[in-house]
Design a protein around this ligand. Structure first.
Ligand SMILES: [Zn+2]
Length: 441
């Protein structure tokens, strides 16, 4: 039988499949057609050399699944470095909220998302999950740049940019899901309640009910700071996790972001209901919010993915660097160097992140039939030579700048460090012209 011409053939290189059965393939090749992975195998196992429209030479490269960033606020890229070295509450209330009130509109969000997507592609992320204002602008930016995204419409109990009347939250949530469900194969719409301290129990119930009725993912910041736990206990007599559990919010389609302050019983509550966790160690370190007990969560069987959070509290979107932090912080906290080994952490940033977003059948590993979200890391670098263990190099030695080529949904979105879907100069300039010159805030 004659094989049809492939769109892309990636040839050579060490393939980290992150699949259950195939571990690492030395000198592998990957065939891609119509956005999907047609085959992944060692070169030489099939004598027939397939035809391809584009052949990517991956010699001396690591080939791995694209990274999944499970929590971002993309347009906050324009607030990077605006206010650092402050406690979360002061940072949020005195600096971020006023800056948002002043600057945020749909144009800001569209351009901010575009710039952030450029930064993510340049550092190996191929799927993100975002929660911010004007989510339709963020979805449009993702579609234009051929980036895969879960886009949440966000809700709180006070007027917000693009959503001035909280009484209409339910209506806005329904309309958002109706508009974006099935709109683009790259976009998955979802709903987000900002936090238990900005959303009343009724808001959580209403928004979660809508998400549930439409089969959509629901997300919230949860148990981020000690202050939040005390505040929620004072208001409702329960910790944030117990409160949401009693409200019936926590299930397998709920993603709780941060979860820095969970006791053992709360970890069990989360595990029993199948709720997922987005772990954002750098943001929580920078805001001194705490460190999530991730090794204990994994032991209990909770699905955990990695996230960067917004650029104002990280201050970058480099998920490779985030992996290094995630691998090291828990060793320091537990005084156990065996926790969060490199392979585990790399899985958190790929297949486990895909599970957090409910997309593990489509992305997160290099396997026949999955969407082709793949990146290549150049090993011809002083800091990546010699190579004993590819997982170790990615997690402990590499950074986003080592990613040379990225493929999303079978399309090359970065080739040899050049973005193919984003005009990088225009993306950088918009922020310079519209934001930097108005910095006196
Ligand atoms: Zn966040």
């Amino acid at each position: 039988m004659e094989e049809e011409t492939l769109d892309i053939l990636i040839r050579g290189g060490i393939v980290l499949t992150i699949s259950k059965d195939k571990d690492v393939i030395d000198n592998g090749e990957i065939g891609i057609r119509d956005g999907r992975i047609e085959f992944v195998r060692a070169i030489g196992t099939d004598l027939h050399r397939p035809e391809a429209k584009e052949i990517i030479n991956a010699e001396n490269m690591l080939v791995m699944p694209g990274l999944v960033n499970t929590h971002t606020h993309l347009p906050m890229i324009y607030f990077r470095g605006l206010a650092d070295d402050l406690p979360l509450n002061e940072w949020l209330v005195n600096h971020i909220f006023p800056a948002e009130a002043r600057f945020v509109n749909s144009e800001f969000c569209r351009n901010g998302a575009n710039l952030a997507i450029a930064e993510m592609i340049l550092s190996g992320t191929t799927t993100f999950c975002d929660a911010y204002f004007y989510p339709e602008s963020i979805a449009q930016a993702a579609i234009e740049s051929k980036m895969r995204g879960v886009i949440c419409a966000g809700f709180a109990d006070f007027p917000a940019p693009g959503n001035p009347d909280p009484a209409r939250n339910a209506e806005v949530a329904r309309a958002f899901l109706d508009t974006w469900t099935g709109f683009s194969s790259l976009i998955t719409p979802a709903l987000f309640c900002h936090a238990p301290y900005t959303c009343a129990p009724e808001t959580f119930r209403d928004i979660k009910d809508i998400a549930r009725s439409k089969g959509a993912l629901f997300m919230t910041h949860l148990a981020e700071t000690k202050w939040e736990v005390e505040d929620i206990k004072n208001r409702y007599g329960d910790t944030p996790v117990r409160l949401l559990s009693k409200l019936g919010i926590l299930d397998e389609k709920t993603v709780a972001v941060h979860c820095n302050w969970l006791d053992d019983e709360e970890i069990s509550i989360m595990a029993d209901c199948g709720a997922k966790v987005s772990h954002n160690p750098e943001s929580s370190m920078k805001l001194a919010a705490g460190v999530a007990p991730v090794p204990a969560m994994l032991e209990k069987g909770i699905t955990v993915g990695l996230g960067t959070d917004g650029c104002a509290s990280n201050n970058d979107l480099d998920l490779i660097k985030e992996m290094g932090t995630a691998a090291k912080i828990h060793k320091a906290v537990t005084l156990d160097p065996t926790v969060m080994d490199a392979r585990t952490v790399l899985e958190l940033a790929t297949i486990e992140g895909a599970k957090v977003l409910g997309m593990e059948k489509e992305i997160g590993s290099i396997e026949k039939g999955k969407r082709a979200d793949i990146l290549l890391i150049d090993l011809n670098k002083p800091h990546l030579t010699p190579l004993y263990n590819p997982y170790s190099h990615v997690v402990y030695s590499a950074s986003g700048a080592d990613v040379t080529t990225s493929i999303i949904d079978g399309k090359v979105v970065m080739r040899n460090r050049n973005l193919t879907t984003i005009d990088i100069n225009a993306a950088v300039n918009w922020g310079r012209v519209h934001i930097s010159r108005k910095r006196e805030m």
